[in-house]
Design a protein around this ligand. Structure first.
Ligand SMILES: C[S@@+](CC[C@H](N)C(=O)[O-])C[C@H]1O[C@@H](n2cnc3c(N)ncnc32)[C@H](O)[C@@H]1O
Length: 272
């Protein structure tokens, strides 16, 4: 296994050097918007009391809390993240927090009934390594639920600043590409799962058409504030475009698709 310093591992994740109070607020906003759909995908696996679950990239921890309540005292949840500062606060008896990179997670093969990750693989250039590690950790017959964005779906639809918004959208695509990451990872997940022999496969593609001030617009505004410098460095958008993007994302009379989320649910074969 190659050895990486913590600094090297953290430097891949685009939100590493952002303001932590704002980051907590951004993660909690993601949870408010996307947790209901995530919970129904997790419930579709038939999750039961006493299951052992792994939450990869646990973020601010709401899904860890939900899993812990669902599997109960006889079950267990491992919350794994590069940065565990937010989940460390949970202090739940059936939750173990592990600070690690999923690609090199110090966990035992075949130990989980369910593994979930939302908006994590998109931040890993060699996401295939992370996915292979997750499958290795999953018990034969265990379930995997992955939800990833597709930023290629982004487009401004109504509003005076549509051109600025689309330039910012281009800067997001370039930022991921420059880092060797797939900005449309979500739409590639189904074929990837199929090639790994994961069946049966449930695929959902959510493409919210949002007006300014709504949840998705707000989360993308928060990301733009945190990542403004990185967007500008791509050469695709200016500081003025980012300012216009933020005003657009606040204005209830504007409409846009900010990104899509693809959710896949699959079961590992007994034979794998
Ligand atoms: C966009 S946040 C999503 C958080 C949470 N999954 C959610 O949807 O609310 C991505 C999370 O993945 C973590 N992360 C990024 N790369 C990782 C890696 N290689 N291994 C483990 N965690 C990682 C980040 O530290 C961050 O907490």
């Amino acid at each position: 296994m190659p050895s990486y310093s913590k600094k090297e591992l953290m430097s891949q994740y685009v939100f590493t050097d952002v303001q932590q109070i704002r980051e907590l607020e951004r993660l909690q906003t993601i949870e408010q918007i996307f947790d209901p759909a995530t919970r129904s995908r997790l419930q579709a696996t038939g999750i039961e009391a006493n299951w052992c679950c792994l939450e990869v990239g646990a973020g601010a921890g709401s899904i860890v809390q939900w899993l812990a309540a669902t599997v109960g005292e006889q079950g267990k949840v491992v919350a794994l993240d590069l940065d565990t500062q937010f989940v460390d606060r949970l202090q739940l008896p059936n939750v173990e927090v592990i600070q690690a990179d999923i690609r090199h997670a110090p966990l035992q093969k075949h130990s989980f009934d369910l593994i979930h990750a939302r908006y994590v693989l998109i931040h890993i250039a060699d996401f295939q390594v992370a996915l292979a590690r997750m499958l290795d950790l999953l018990k034969p017959g265990g379930w995997i639920v992955i939800e990833e964005p597709d930023f290629s779906a982004a487009r401004a639809i109504v509003g005076e600043a549509c051109q600025s918004v689309d330039r910012v959208n281009q800067s997001i695509l370039k930022m991921f590409t420059n880092r060797g990451m797939d900005y449309a990872l979500g739409i590639h997940l189904p074929a990837l799962f199929q090639n790994l022999g994961l069946q049966p496969l449930t695929v959902e593609n959510e493409v919210p058409l949002s007006n300014g001030g709504s949840g998705v617009a707000t989360v993308m505004k928060m990301s733009a504030i945190q990542l403004a410098q990185k967007y500008i460095e791509t050469g695709e958008a200016t500081a003025e475009d980012i300012e216009q993007y933020c005003l657009f994302a606040d204005d209830p009379n504007t409409w846009a698709i900010y990104y899509a989320t693809v959710g896949v649910i699959a079961q590992k074969s007994i034979a794998l």
